[in-house]
Design a binder for this molecule. Sequence first.
Ligand code: PMP
Length: 370
Amino acid sequence: MYDKWLADRTRWFDASGIRKVFDLAAKLENPVNLSIGQPDFDAPETARQAAIEAISSRKNGYTPTQGAAVLRQLVQKQVDEQFGAGVREAFIASGTSGALFLTIMTLVNPGDEVIIFDPFFVMYDALVRMVGAKPVYISTYPDFHIDVNKVEAAITDKTKLIILNSPCNPTGSIASEQVCRDLAELADRKQVALVSDEIYKFFCYDGEFCSPAKFSKNVIVMDGYSKCYGVPGWRLGFVHGPHEIIQQMLKFQQYTFVCAPSALQYGVIGAIGTDMQPILNAYRHKRDLVYDGLKDYFEIEKSEGAFYSFPKAPIAASEFVNKAILERSLLVIPGNVFSSADTNFRISFAASDETIEKGVEILVDMVKKM
Ligand code: PMP
């Protein structure tokens, strides 16, 4: 009976890939866990205290839809300093996920095409399908860098949006300044929206982060505090882009999320300005542990950013990951969760150095015995 109650859109996307891994994982007692997509460090003390203080001082009501004035103004000031005053409008969203949802609701019609780079963050594919649009994949294998000519060739008169994620989940690759410039110019020339998901921009190990928004006022930027301040449960993100688009996104926020969590908006103000450089150095070391440990045994790109590595498995990735989980209690995610190819697997190095070392040892031993 319930089948008849369900809206068609429940059938347009599924979450079975990742669920299968977590079902397998649930059977393990003490797994070596390299599957987690959130930082292994906690929120700065100043942020935790600011959140407690906000609750104690009764900041428990709604905030304005666009965010508590102090936080929104702070973000707007940062955006103005970077891109010039009056160019881009900013607001606070319920996580970067919330921001992505509002973007898709605001910009994408059923039947539209949305360009996604494969491998991709799973939510992009699901959100596009959820509104009855069609994801168009552009492969970035084998080195996970974007070929802008392929993007141009994929644009049709149905293309509405291109979603860029740099640094990238799950590959750890970063779009170069040239790619950012070319993509922004292409999007403008073709009058297609370019959405830039910059949630991992803090985690750049070898160079400066570049946003395509540097090259066009039309780029819509999604960002958030989950990863850089270790507060993924706080559900705080922000968006900046053209005034006309932001106003429409706020209309959807008003009737869905209403506002981002109030006390936590005040809490995160306590984190802004904290010196996070030691964390970045520690994560660069974790990246090196993975790369140096695996490079002689796997086809692997050195991650430039985020906290993921995406090596190629010696056999079908789903089979390799099954073996890793069931025979070695090592949790990693098969690439077919993030991709149309079942060739690579995702290692998250948001874990202790000891866990990373154990995981690397297991993977090397598995390869040696194949
Ligand atoms: N974008 C990317 C690429 C992500 O990996 C994630 C979280 N895994 C998000 C967005 C969502 O982040 P949040 O909603 O916690 O801000």
